[in-house]
Each structure stands twice: as C-alpha cells, then as structure tokens.
Design a protein around this ligand. Structure first.
Ligand code: UDP
Length: 328
C-alpha cells in the first residue's frame, strides 16, 4: 500500500501537534505548514515543518503539489474568544481569509479533502444540552462567527471544486500526550486546566468565573476531552473522506460534563496539593453548560474516547507541565 500524504496547517500548535504525532505513528507522511506565530518549532519532528503563512496562497499551492498531499487538516487559526471581541479584524482576517487561501491553494493543486477545526462556539448559547449538530448556528462572539464563515466557504468549495470536508466542532480540549512529548502551552493561557495547574505551582489563586449558575455546584459545566481523543477524531475523519465519505459536521466531545469545581478537585487528587482559588464574577458570554451529543461521531466514524477519567486527563497535563518547567 502506498503511504498516505497529508498536509497539516497549524501543526506546531496544541491540537495540531498531537494530531501530527498520531499521524506519523500511524505511518502517514506529514508536511506541516505553520508560521510559528503561536506554535512551537520543537512540537514538530525535524524535517516536517515548512515555516510559512497560510495567507501565501501561491506558495501554499506549490507546497501542496510538491508534498503530493491527498488531504489537508486545517488547524491554523487564532483561538481566544476574548481577544476576538477586541480585535475582530485580526480574527476575521487570519481565520477566514487564511482559510480561504488554504481552499484556493487546494483548488489550484487539485487536493480534494479537508478536515477543518471548527468549534462548539458555532452554537452560541444553545437552548438545550447535550448539543446536537442540528442545533441552530448562532455564534455570540467573533471567534465563533469566524468559524461559521469558514464552514460556509467549505460548502461552496465542495459544490464548485468537489473538495469534500469534515467540520469537527471541538468542545474543551485538554490533557497532553501520554508519553509527555507534547502539551498545552498557550501564551497567554486562558484555559481552565493549565491555569489550575499553574495555580498549584505558583500558589497564586485561579479565579472561578461565577458560582451562581444553575448547575449542581453553581459553577459552569463543560465537556472536557483529551487532546489525543480529539486528535484521533481527525484521523478517523481523514479516513472517512479518503474512503469517499461526503461532507459533514461532527461534534467532538465525550458527552459528559464536569463543573469547574470538579476540575479543581481532580487536580487536587492528581497533584496531592490544594488548589488556591477565589470566586469572581461570571465571564461574559459563558453559558452555564456546554456538553456535546457525540453519538454522530461514534456511529458514523466509529470514534470512541479512550480517556474518560478526568484524573487521567489531568495527570497527563500535570506530567507535561512539570516536565516543561524542569526542562527534563
Ligand atoms: N474558567 C474559570 N476560570 C478561569 C478560566 C476558565 O472559571 O480562569 C471556566 C470558564 O468560565 C468555563 C470553563 O472554566 O466555564 C472552561 O473555560 P475555558 O476558557 O478553559 O474554555 P471555554 O469553555 O471558554 O472554551
């Protein structure tokens, strides 16, 4: 069998780099395109990185042709919701125009499949939970809107250029490579699990954004999914498209929700230390509960989460945090 060749944009970032490792482990030939504005060179195994901006359509088309890629996994994007509301132009430009450039390059190079990093933020404040893929698309922030706009572009590139797509709508990615090679390193960090781990290490309290929600302990519920389970969904989506599957959207979550306090308790169990925390006001735009209905991904793509124990997810994140701190 010939080796499958895949091009990954944003493969030096958090979810991208975990997906690249899994692809390589499974024998795919991988070319990573990343401008390293957010990602880290050391996340990509030597020899696989092309350092460039996805906005450079002509060069990207040339890289696609040269690599012989049959499909693209497109991660490269800005991801901070709060920042997107302060700098909409930068977000629309990078996320929407960047994706348009990727699609134009694919059309030029004759690449016919794309797996796209979408988000649960496309649903905005859903009327019910768990969230089905058929729920109304009504984002409440620029980040979510930028992903909706790309989902629209994808529809037209399928219709006109026969580029089939899978839109993966992520819930809360967390954890790290079980072997400790990779982990989460956003700068600035805004995500709960790494912030709670930092609080344990620094002694500086993490703030819980609101404890007066209509949930069992008053804190928000989210669907926390191990980054490797998320990465595996991309590979299954690729296999689906390469096998002739038609364009579709899938939620990627475990189907189980946890509160902020449950995350804090899990961190305490794993680290054996108290988490210093304070309670602050609600964060603007935070719905009380966001949990995925993941049945579609399970039935249609045969996906199943491997890591369903929150403590195991936290343990992997903690191992990476300690390792990157000590530099071992
Ligand atoms: N959260 C919190 N304190 C923080 C960061 C996050 O209480 O310093 C809460 C946030 O309100 C949400 C959950 O943790 O309910 C997950 O937030 P995160 O930013 O990690 O992901 P999001 O759900 O926004 O994608």
């Amino acid at each position: 069998m010939t080796t499958r060749k895949i091009l990954v944009t944003g493969g030096a970032g958090y979810i991208g780099s975990h997906t690249v490792r899994l692809l390589l482990d499974q024998g795919y030939e991988v070319t990573v395109v990343d401008n390293l504005s957010k990602g880290y060179r050391e996340n990509v195994p030597v020899g696989h990185l092309v350092e460039m901006d996805i906005a450079d359509t002509r060069r990207l088309a040339a890289v696609l042709k040269e690599s012989g890629a049959e499909a693209v996994v497109h991660f490269a994007a800005f991801i901070a919701v709060g920042e997107s509301m302060r700098e909409p132009a930068r977000y629309f430009s990078n996320n929407v125009c960047g994706s348009l450039s990727v699609l134009a390059a694919m059309a030029d190079a004759g690449v016919r499949h794309i797996v796209f990093s979408s988000t649960a933020a496309v649903y905005g404040n859903p009327h019910a939970t768990p969230i089905l893929e058929t729920f109304p698309i009504q984002p409440v922030n620029v980040y979510g809107e930028s992903k909706v706009m790309v989902e629209t572009l994808l529809r037209w590139f399928d219709e006109i250029h026969q580029i089939t797509n899978v839109r993966l709508r992520y819930f809360n990615a967390c954890g790290a490579d079980p072997q400790g090679r990779l982990g989460e390193q956003h700068e600035p960090e805004t995500h709960l699990v790494p912030l709670v781990l930092r609080a344990v290490e620094s002694g500086q309290p993490v703030t819980i954004f609101g404890d007066d929600y209509d949930t069992p302990d008053g804190t928000c519920i989210r669907d926390y999914i191990h980054v490797n389970d998320l990465a595996r969904a991309h590979i299954q989506a690729l296999e689906y498209l390469l096998g002739g599957g038609t364009s579709d959207a899938f939620n990627v979550g475990t189907g189980t929700g946890h509160t902020v306090l449950e995350i804090i308790r899990a961190v305490e169990e794993v680290t054996g230390r108290k988490v210093p925390y304070t309670t602050g006001p609600r964060r603007e735009g935070d719905p009380a509960a966001l949990v995925a209905a993941s049945d579609k991904l399970r039935t249609k793509l045969g996906w199943k989460p491997q890591y369903t124990d929150l403590r195991e997810i936290v343990r992997h994140a903690w191992n990476f945090a300690r390792k990157s701190k000590t530099g071992t």
